[in-house]
Design a protein around this ligand. Structure first.
Ligand code: PHE
Length: 469
């Protein structure tokens, strides 16, 4: 480390808002409502809540205690907390930054595009065709670049002047706008049918499909709370006072869950008003296509569309900056690079990795399943082993600062992260591998075969690059 003074949050609220900003993202609005509706309504919700409280919350406390104790980026933090070889786990987190940012930024680029087009109504005529047009090729590449540039700029400005300032504006705006849209959605014709679909308990689905529902609920809990890649370690490493970490974690977990839940009260009434509810949720574009179509037929549709995609853009941006910050803090701490250089180089490389995604959407799944079902889960699992089995005393000591004696809560926490959290992670990881293998064997293999065939039929099409022009 150089002699540069390490940055820190300006206020307590700054840290909490940044962590909430990271947690609330595309995952909350694009995935969660549909998952609930499809996988058992209120029963899924209860299962999910159990996961969040019993698995997500304790796992978040693990990351917060490691971050604040060490005041380092994930690589330095794990080296300090666990010793030499553990820094490679931190290294894995830094690699994940690139895997996740690459596709997250492309999808966020679509969101930006839809936001601007809400004012012109461009997507309302033929939503499906429109999505096909803008989701790949130069259009997608351009908006991917714009989104990445904004995220890089915020991170380059620093912890206080960049991230903290941005989230202090973005997160409250998200909350206000989400509540506003939920009230609007309540007045729509399809609201009651939507609530019924969303919340009617269907234990049957959960019981008969438990091997799919459980890992889906667990995976969503980790993804949406930004756990398993060091985001929370990094953010909590900028805390410079001893305060109650469990209160902070509780706030982040509750706000994230609440916003995901309310997102369902927006998205589903809209879809039920213009059709008989959501079609199947396969494919990255479903939400874009079905909602864009809906806005055309709704009262004040273009305004609602702009607000909706605006919320999504803010949520995506406040998550994207947290993803970049993991690798940026690593370069600043360990390689003594300036923040500006670190932000630009990390962002640029991550941007380049997103380019193939704008060539064919199969790359979104290639990266998304790898990240959400394998890497984040493996990352969390390794962290739990380190903290729950090897470093409990250090972690407990850290948590006590700002709380005082933990009593039975400390013991409960330790046993939760030692056994149930580890078991859930191991099972999820196994199922994640199975799922990914199937994806590679089927969808991805189909894609490759198709590409090869096309090259044989059209030998002039020398490279995918031609696609862009
Ligand atoms: N939590 C974010 C979301 O719900 C995604 C994310 C994952 C952000 C991992 C950071 C790290 O969209």
């Amino acid at each position: 480390m150089g002699d540069r003074i390490r940055e820190s949050w300006n206020t307590r609220l700054g840290f909490v808002l940044a962590a909430v900003g990271s947690a609330v993202g595309l995952g909350n609005i694009r995935r969660f409502p549909f998952q609930v509706g499809e996988e058992g309504g209120a029963v899924f919700l209860v299962v999910y809540l159990c996961f969040v409280i019993l698995i997500g919350f304790p796992a978040m406390l693990v990351e917060l205690s490691v971050g604040r104790k060490t005041n380092r980026n994930p690589v330095g933090a794990l080296k300090m907390f666990g010793g030499g070889a553990w820094m490679y786990v931190g290294g894995l987190f830094v690699v994940m930054v690139f895997v996740i940012f690459a596709y997250y930024s492309v999808v966020s680029g679509w969101v930006l595009r839809y936001f601007f087009d809400s004012f012109t109504g461009a997507y309302t005529e033929d939503p499906a065709e429109y999505f096909v047009e803008i989701s790949t090729g130069l259009d997608a590449l351009f908006f991917h670049a714009v989104f990445a540039a904004v995220a890089i700029a915020i991170v380059a400005l620093g912890v206080q002047r960049g991230i903290e300032l941005a989230v202090k504006v973005m997160v409250p705006s998200i909350v206000v706008l989400v509540v506003g849209l939920a009230v609007y959605a309540f007045t729509l014709e399809g609201a009651s049918a939507a609530y019924a679909y969303y919340l009617t308990p269907d234990a049957e689905v959960v019981l008969s499909n438990w091997h799919l529902v459980l890992p889906a609920a667990a995976g969503q809990a980790f993804f949406t709370l930004s756990l398993g890649m060091g985001v929370m370690i990094t953010y909590s490493s900028y805390i410079d006072e001893d305060r109650n970490l469990s209160k902070d974690a509780g706030m982040v977990v509750s706000l994230d869950t609440l916003i995901a839940f309310v997102a369902g009260l927006i998205v589903l009434p809209i879809l039920f008003t213009v059709s008989d509810g959501p079609s199947t949720v396969s494919g990255a574009g479903t939400v874009f296509v079905s909602l864009a179509g809906a806005f055309a037929d709704l009262p004040y549709g273009s305004l609602v569309g702009a607000i909706f995609f605006g919320i999504l853009a803010l949520a995506a941006l406040s998550s994207a900056i947290s993803i970049l910050e993991v690798a940026v803090s690593y370069l600043i701490d360990e390689a003594d690079v300036s923040r500006f250089k670190a932000a630009v180089s990390v962002g640029f490389v991550a941007f380049l990795l997103g380019v193939p995604v704008t060539y064919n959407l199969v790359f979104i799944d290639l990266l998304d399943i790898l990240a959400a079902e394998i890497l984040l889960v493996a990352g969390s699992l390794l962290l739990m082993v380190l903290v729950a089995w090897l470093g409990t005393d250090k972690a407990i000591e850290e948590l006590k600062k700002g709380i005082g004696d933990l009593g039975w809560m400390g013991t409960t926490w330790v046993w939760l992260i030692r056994v149930p959290v580890v078991v859930v992670l191991v099972v999820s990881l196994y199922l994640g591998f199975v799922d990914y293998a199937e994806f590679l064997r089927e969808d991805f293999a189909d894609f490759l075969v198709g590409e090869i065939r096309q090259l044989q039929e059209e030998p002039t099409r020398v490279s995918p690059i031609a696609y862009f022009f």
